[in-house]
Design a protein around this ligand. Structure first.
Ligand SMILES: Cc1cc2nc3c(=O)[nH]c(=O)nc-3n(C[C@H](O)[C@H](O)[C@H](O)COP(=O)(O)OP(=O)(O)OC[C@H]3O[C@@H](n4cnc5c(N)ncnc54)[C@H](O)[C@@H]3O)c2cc1C
Length: 285
C-alpha cells in the first residue's frame, strides 16, 4: 500500500482488499474513489478535499469480471470500457446501451460501474437499468460481508446506504431472457431536464409475460409504476391505440398521486416515452 501526499490531501493506494478494508476501518472519514470522474468533476481538484482519499483502482479483487450461467459479476473498480468490451455479447442490451451513453471514450476508460452506482447526490445512467434487472451488491467492511438489493441500497432520496468503513465490492447482474430492451437518455447530465427511460419486456409468443419500466428525471427522481406494469403483464400484442392511450392516462394518474410535485412538462415526457415504448413492443411481434 502506498501513501502519497499532495498539498493537504493524502492519497492511499492499497493493492489488496484486506489492506483496503483495514485502512478504511481506521480512517472512516477518508473518501474512496475509483475512476474519480464523478468525484473530481463535482468537487474540483484534489487540493479542495484537504483530507484523505482512498484510490480503489489498484485493488485486484475489485477489478475483475466473472460470469456463471445465471449471472455476471463485476468488480466496482472495473472501467466502463472494459465492461463494454468484455461483456458486450452477454450483458443485457439495455445495460450495454446505458454504459455506451456515459461520457466519451476517455471518460469511459476511467469511469467505473461502482462509481456510477455510489454517486452520492445523483442517480446516474446505469441506475434506472440496474434497478429493473434485480441487481444485487456485495458490501464489505473489515470483518463483515453482506448482500443487498440495489432497490434497498438506494431508496427514494436515501442512499447509497453504506456504513462507516463499508464499500461496494461486487455487483451481481442476473441473466434473464428479455425480448425487448430499450434505454434512452436525453438532455445534459446534472440539469433538471436530464431524462432517462428504460423498459424491458419478456414475451411468451405474443403475450407479455414480464414488463418493467423506469424513468429518471434530473438525475434524481426515479419513477417506477408497478400498477401500470401489472396492468400490461398478460396482455396480448399488439396493444390497440385506445389501450395505449388508457395506459398513458393510468400512468399519469399514478404519478400525480405519488409525485404531486411533478410538473406537466415531465409528466408529458413520461407519457410520450411510454407510448413510444409500447409502439416498439407492438412492432417487435
Ligand atoms: C465529461 C463527462 C461526462 C459524463 N457523462 C456521464 C453520463 O452520461 N452518464 C453518467 O452516468 N455519468 C457521466 N459522467 C460521470 C462519471 O463519469 C460516471 O458516473 C462514472 O461512472 C463514475 O465512476 P467513477 O469511477 O469515476 O466514480 P468516482 O468519481 O471514483 O466515485 C463516485 C462516487 O462513488 C463513490 N465510490 C466509488 N466506488 C465506490 C465503492 N466501490 N464503494 C463505495 N463508494 C464508492 C465515491 O466515493 C464517490 O462518491 C460523466 C463525467 C464526465 C467527466
Amino acid at each position: 500500500m502506498s501513501v502519497e501526499k499532495q498539498g493537504h490531501t493524502k492519497v492511499f493506494s492499497p493493492t489488496n482488499l484486506q489492506d483496503l478494508l483495514s485502512y478504511y476501518r481506521d480512517h472512516p472519514k477518508a473518501v474512496p474513489f475509483a475512476g474519480g470522474t464523478y468525484l473530481f468533476l463535482r468537487k474540483g481538484p484534489r487540493e479542495r478535499f484537504g483530507g484523505e482519499l482512498i484510490d480503489l483502482g489498484h485493488v485486484s479483487e475489485l477489478s475483475q469480471i466473472s460470469r456463471t450461467e445465471r449471472y455476471m459479476e463485476i468488480g466496482p473498480a472495473v472501467s466502463i470500457s472494459k465492461i463494454i468490451n468484455t461483456g458486450r455479447h452477454v450483458m443485457p442490451r439495455a445495460l450495454f446501451a446505458a454504459l455506451k451513453a456515459i461520457g466519451n471514450t476517455a471518460v469511459r476508460n476511467h469511469a467505473t460501474l461502482g462509481g456510477n452506482i455510489c454517486a452520492r447526490n445523483h442517480r446516474l445512467s446505469t441506475y434506472p437499468v440496474l434497478l429493473l434487472l434485480d441487481v444485487r451488491l456485495e458490501l464489505r467492511r473489515a470483518g463483515e460481508t453482506r448482500w443487498i438489493n440495489l432497490n434497498r441500497f438506494i431508496t427514494g432520496d436515501e442512499g447509497p446506504v453504506l456504513g462507516p468503513g463499508e464499500l461496494v465490492t461486487r455487483i451481481r447482474i442476473p441473466f434473464m431472457d428479455w425480448d425487448v430492451e430499450e434505454f434512452r437518455q436525453q438532455e445534459r447530465l446534472f440539469t433538471p431536464e436530464h431524462f432517462i427511460f428504460c423498459g424491458i419486456v419478456s414475451k411468451q409468443k405474443d403475450v407479455i409475460s414480464d414488463l418493467r419500466t423506469s424513468f429518471c428525471i434530473g438525475n434524481r427522481r426515479i419513477i417506477r409504476t408497478r400498477i401500470m406494469e401489472a396492468e400490461l403483464i398478460g396482455r396480448k400484442l399488439p396493444i390497440p391505440p385506445a389501450d395505449r392511450l388508457e395506459m398513458g392516462r393510468m400512468l399519469q394518474q399514478q404519478i400525480e398521486r405519488n409525485h404531486p410535485e411533478m410538473d406537466n412538462f415531465h409528466i408529458h415526457r413520461i407519457r410520450r416515452s411510454l407510448n413510444w415504448f409500447l409502439q416498439i413492443l407492438n412492432d417487435s411481434e
